[in-house]
Design a protein around this ligand. Sequence first.
Ligand SMILES: [Zn+2]
Length: 80
Amino acid sequence: MIGGLGGGPAEAVCSRAGCSAPARWRVEWSNPRIHTDGRTKTWLACDDHVEYLRGFVEARSFPVAVSRFVAPAAAPGGDE
Ligand SMILES: [Zn+2]
């Protein structure tokens, strides 16, 4: 069964307002004041906005980590 023609998972696009470019980066951050249980927030970013989003978090002195994002549909292999 082949998916992908509608009804698939939400497209992974940049979290920047007004941008619908495919996401290539994960920006994981937390606000120590409200995320007291170690949870993190994850934004997705395109190449153009990864630095903007990271800077947005860093300006608030929140911990932030950026890593490569690989869209699930683009991942090779079919292991479950
Ligand atoms: Zn973007």
